[in-house]
Write a protein that binds this ligand. Sequence first.
Ligand code: IMP
Ligand code: MG
Length: 174
Amino acid sequence: MTENGSIKAIISKEEIQAAVERMGKRLTEDYAGKNLLVLGVMKGSFIFMADLVRSIRLPIKLDFIHAKSYEGTESTGVVDVKMDAELDVKGKQVLLVEDILDTGKTLSVLKKTMLSRGAEDVKIVAFLDKTARRLVDISADYSCFTIEDGFLVGYGLDYNEDYRNLDYIGELIL
Ligand code: IMP
Ligand code: MG
């Protein structure tokens, strides 16, 4: 499988840059004067996170968490944390940064976890939002693009750990 033969470009580098800059402006307005902790969900969010925090013109703190939800335990808020966040979220306005919101299971658990640790508020910014595939009752407070379907790669998103470093979003054609 060659990269060019199997990937159909759907969101260009320029469109991504413009959307992330717009999102940064919106967050700058919404979080002015607040105690913002931007928490990136590993690994997929790392490029979006790097661009987004530079477009938020506010003093912020940032951290990363790598967690996977256990099947069937979403309601208890139990997560398999591969690498936990370092900073204390108590009293903070936490903004969870995710590459793509799909079934919603992972972020549903992470949101509950942050609230149980004493975060004052937890919101979600997803670079992509696949609304049609949602299985749990959760929505993105902010998203750059809404996607109907298809498996997407690039700008942090992977297929079996490949394609994360593409500077555009492509649809994987298998
Ligand atoms: P969910 O919302 O708990 O189902 O999980 C979302 C995670 O699934 C994302 O953070 C991605 O790692 C992965 N994922 C879902 N859809 C895609 C896709 O289209 N491309 C790449 N990864 C995806
Ligand atoms: Mg991910």
